[in-house]
Design a protein around this ligand. Structure first.
Ligand SMILES: [Zn+2]
Ligand SMILES: [Zn+2]
Length: 133
């Protein structure tokens, strides 16, 4: 299986081979601000299974794990398409929304429940307290 994630204007394209190692939903405030939505969702793939084409702009911030995360976004339309969690150097996180695929595997965990908007009723089977990156 190969899936393709793109930014909204389409110049940044990321191909992902195989199934994601995990899919994680994050209610944290940084994800809320990055996405402009109530939460972010990341699909983690092995680095060697991910290939990107197109121009990227990068933004690095620290995370609560103490490691940095480098976000890659389209310099033209601003969509964040993928990011590199420095804590997991062999993995790439890809924004699930960038696949625009309603059949994409559901999240298996949700983190930062304390920042969950009250109307969001998502309760994946194994919630975790630790940040996914
Ligand atoms: Zn774009
Ligand atoms: Zn988050």
């Amino acid at each position: 299986m190969e899936r393709t994630a793109t930014c909204v204007c389409g110049q940044l394209v990321v191909g992902c081979k195989g199934e994601p190692a995990s899919v994680s939903l994050c209610h944290c405030r940084a994800c809320q601000k990055r996405t402009g939505s109530a939460y972010g969702i990341a699909a983690f793939f092995q680095r060697e299974h991910v290939e990107s084409k197109g121009r990227v702009q990068r933004y690095t911030r620290s995370s609560d794990s103490g490691y940095e995360v480098t976000f890659h976004f389209c310099p033209d339309c601003g969509s964040t398409v993928f990011w590199q969690p420095h804590r997991k150097a062999d993995m790439i996180a890809v924004a699930v929304g960038a696949f625009a695929d309603p059949a994409f595997p559901a999240p298996s965990q949700a983190v930062y429940q304390e920042h969950r908007h009250q109307w969001v009723g998502i309760t994946p089977p194994s919630p975790s307290a630790s940040p996914p990156w």
